[in-house]
Design a protein around this ligand. Structure first.
Ligand code: SF4
Length: 245
């Protein structure tokens, strides 16, 4: 057992925690922002370099999975979920990037393979610098240092606690779909029952939940827009009966 070996193991563990669950690291250190946590952990230069290498690899692999899912969905065409099952405003931009790259490859008679997906994933993540996981299943695709988002309006690291479902950098992984669907359903029920009991503050809360979740996945948006209560809320026509009482 050597200290060098332990350092490599710690680097992998910290990188995994940073990529998969940054909030846990923040809680362990009692920090309010991920930037504070990073400054604290990364004060050891060698450890920092090892963590950075593993973190970049993990981000690229995450992007490769998204690229491959989108390519597969595009190839299957009808019947497959839009954007390979991914959601969030960034899914459209990502699908466009995948389509353009595969189209260029087709036009030049080149067969698209796994190494091409990896190369595109590396480009999309700036070699693994971008694509931070802000919470489970939610990826911030913002390029650090050059782009800003509504969470903190700065070009530094994103603020996971203030991540907005409307931010155009936000990408959502497909496994969240079921939870989002159930949340919208529960919010509609809550909205209706609070309207009946004239609990208008609670009613406004449920309306906010519906607005937050409705656009997270395109297929769920289409499904729930069939619901008259949802349409009414999105048109800003809340059933606030006390106005007419
Ligand atoms: S609001 Fe946008 S920039 Fe901020 S963490 Fe969320 S996706 Fe990233």
């Amino acid at each position: 057992m050597r200290s060098h070996r332990i350092r490599k193991t710690i680097a992998r563990l910290v990188a995994l925690a940073l990529i998969e669950a940054p909030k846990i690291l923040m809680q362990v250190f009692g920090h309010k922002s991920i930037e504070m946590t990073l400054t604290y952990i990364l004060s050891d230069e060698n450890l920092r370099a090892d963590i950075e290498v593993v973190s970049r690899e993990l981000r690229i692999m995450r992007a490769k999975e998204a690229v491959e899912a989108m390519m597969e969905a595009e190839a299957k065409g009808r019947g497959s979920l839009q954007f390979g099952g991914y959601g969030g405003p960034a899914a459209l931009a990502l699908q466009r990037a995948v389509n353009q790259t595969t189209k260029r490859a087709r036009e030049s008679g080149v067969d698209w393979g796994a190494s091409d997906a990896l190369e595109l994933a590396s480009i999309l993540t700036l070699g693994g610098k971008a694509w931070q996981l802000v919470r489970q299943g939610v990826v911030c695709t913002k390029f650090p240092g050059t782009e800003s988002g509504p969470c903190n309006k700065s070009k530094g690291h994103p603020e996971p606690a203030s991540c907005s479902s409307l931010c155009h950098h936000r990408l959502e992984e497909g496994f969240l779909r079921e939870d989002v669907d159930a949340s919208i359903s529960a919010a509609i029920e809550g909205y209706k029952s609070s309207a009946l009991s004239k609990d208008f503050l609670v009613q406004a809360h449920w309306a906010g939940q519906i607005r937050t979740n409705i656009s997270r996945f395109s297929d769920l948006h289409n499904k729930w827009m069939e619901d008259p209560t949802v349409r009414e809320i999105l048109q800003g026509n809340l059933q606030m009966n006390w106005i007419s009482d």
